[in-house]
Design a protein around this ligand. Structure first.
Ligand code: NCD
Length: 321
């Protein structure tokens, strides 16, 4: 039987998920945090299943995190990198999906530089699909691990003031977090240079600021975003030095938030551009390493749940034939 609260076999984004569904994913992730801290990190729930990591874009931490999560559930894992696959020979996204589907994997984790590509691919396969980040659209497991980190430190997300700062225009992390944090009742603010604020952002319910000093006031959480040079065509600000001066998080700007405000960053960090090492490495306030740690727990829960749902769904379909 599929999970009664989260019956889907795909996690393509956070948009449209209910508070109940999001909390279900967080609740299932929580126990894996302590399991991963103990000596016996393995749970056999995906034994004999196959997880394929299909990455059309460079990634170190997300791919490793998904791989480790699958291995700890005792699944077999295959990593497909674009450079070594037939995509480099000109095979289309759909052909790749159809080819992989013919080999009957249980879960596909897909990262792609184009927004919407993972959804397109998911329509052509029967297995479970997880979006590992599509263009500047969504990165659902990142938002879930961010939420789990906040929830474990602050009990609940409802009522918190959370500032998401920096390159919002190119950030799938920001978009997934807008949906998730607001669905769970947080007040979300965006702080960025005008050139990095997408038009119509207010429609997503967030408060927009162009001055760190105003936006950070009384915040419980300060989430910094990487300046994504690789997604920029043209120049969005005069220099990295000037960016850091106005939008980089340092001790002085941080002092405007609540005295115990937590610092977050999805990684990889550009130290001295969007964040100063002094605050990034402040063990009292920075939870950046914890985010990486909890990412494995979240991905274990997501892989296990979706694979279970996909298996239950195909069993029902077979029974009906
Ligand atoms: C993020 C991504 O790829 O969107 N990183 C990640 O998943 N570890 C954010 C980023 O690249 O800046």
């Amino acid at each position: 039987m599929s999970d009664p609260i989260f019956p889907h076999r795909q996690l393509l984004g956070i948009e449209g998920l209910s508070p109940l569904e999001i909390n279900r994913l967080l609740d299932l992730s929580d126990p894996y945090v302590s399991i991963n801290r103990g000596p016996e990190k393995v749970s056999g729930s995906l034994q004999g299943r196959t997880v394929v990591n299909l990455f059309f874009e460079n990634s170190t931490r997300t791919r490793t995190s998904f791989e480790l999560a699958a291995l700890r559930l005792e699944a077999n894992v295959i990593n497909m990198q674009v450079g070594s696959s037939s995509v480099a020979k000109g095979e289309t996204l759909i052909d790749t999906a159809v080819t992989l589907n013919a080999m009957h994997p249980d879960v596909l984790v897909v990262r792609h530089p184009q927004s919407g590509a993972v959804k397109l691919l998911s329509e052509k396969v029967r297995c479970a699909v997880v979006n590992g980040g599509d263009g500047s659209h969504e990165h659902p497991t990142q938002a879930l691990l961010d939420a789990l980190t906040i929830r474990r430190r602050r009990e609940k997300i409802e009522g918190l003031k959370i500032a998401i700062c920096g390159d919002v225009a190119h950030s799938r992390v920001a978009r997934s977090n807008f949906y998730l944090l607001q669905t769970l009742g947080a007040e979300v603010r965006v702080i960025a240079p005008r050139t990095l604020i997408p038009s119509g952002l207010e429609r997503l319910g967030v408060k927009v600021f162009t001055d760190m000093r105003e936006g950070l006031k009384d915040c419980d959480i300060v989430m910094m975003l990487r300046v994504q040079i690789e997604r920029m065509s043209g120049s969005y600000f005069p220099s990295m030095r000037e960016y850091f001066r106005f939008f980089g998080l340092d001790r002085e700007k941080l002092s405007l938030a609540k005295p115990d405000a937590l610092i977050m960053h999805p990684g990889p960090m550009n130290r001295g551009v969007e964040i100063d090492s002094d605050v990034a490495d402040d063990f009292e306030r920075s939870v950046i390493r914890e985010q990486v740690e909890l990412g494995v727990a979240v991905r274990m829960a997501v892989l296990e749940l979706l694979a279970g749902n996909a298996i239950a769904e195909s069993a029902t379909t077979k029974a009906a034939v």
